[in-house]
Design a protein around this ligand. Sequence first.
Ligand code: NAD
Length: 259
Amino acid sequence: MTTGDDIKAAGDELTAILVRMRRGVAFTGAGISTESGIPDFRSPGGLWTRNRPIDFATFLSDRAMRDEAWRRRFAMEDAFAGARPGRGHRALAHLLGEGRLAGIVTQNIDGLHQASGVRDDRLVELHGNTTYAACLECGERYELAWVRQRFETHGGRAPDCLDCGGPIKTATISFGQPMPAEAMARARALTQACDVFLALGSSLVVWPAAGFPVEAKRRGATLVIVNREPTEIDDIADLVIHADIGDVLGRAAASAGTM
Ligand code: NAD
């Protein structure tokens, strides 16, 4: 982690970048939501160290793993349902409101950007949303309360779609599941047009999402990375800050006169 004077100098540099930013893009990962009580994947004690994710092919082919996926989801429900936007989410909502950010591209599935007041047309969810569910066959939407009630009254069995019998899954993109074409196109357009690309709280190892900061930099945008740990593309960034997002972004946005 960057410390003391380094963080202060880097924070001043970030403030200067935010002041001149006109069509920025914020690219957010699980690290922006840890302050809100939702663990990330790859930090020590993160979700990854407890349970390997269930990939899409396994979810489709193995009923027992489908049950297990829902058991894990409901075990996380208190964290997801109780989470409120943190300082990072709030700073980005302000930067959007000021017209400095053109949009937010998130890998997160927790709905916290919307909860901070960001409109759907300013937000791209690359990996979907875990706060509701849908049938994988016909697309029918299901609320989690309904899924949970069925799950609990049927001995922990994952329910099937009432209309077509297809598997019901949280509206998220699992490993091995095709990326949503429209979200990818919107994220690409934002990336290609931005002047500043802020990569916040992502280990930047999940592809194709991690390709966006590389693309932004290649097209001439200023690339800023704020993450507690080093990422694989720190070496191409214009500014790297290894510190807490809430501390750094909250302060920089306020100093830029935007909050
Ligand atoms: P990741 O777990 O791979 O990386 C998160 C990074 O954030 C880590 O490098 C960690 O050091 C850093 N970090 C954690 N707290 C921080 C803080 N307060 N300030 C600064 N840095 C902090 O997460 P990822 O890159 O987003 O990839 C994981 C995938 O898992 C994503 O695709 C996402 O869909 C999913 N996921 C989402 C959530 C969520 O919606 N909140 C939570 C866990 C996982």
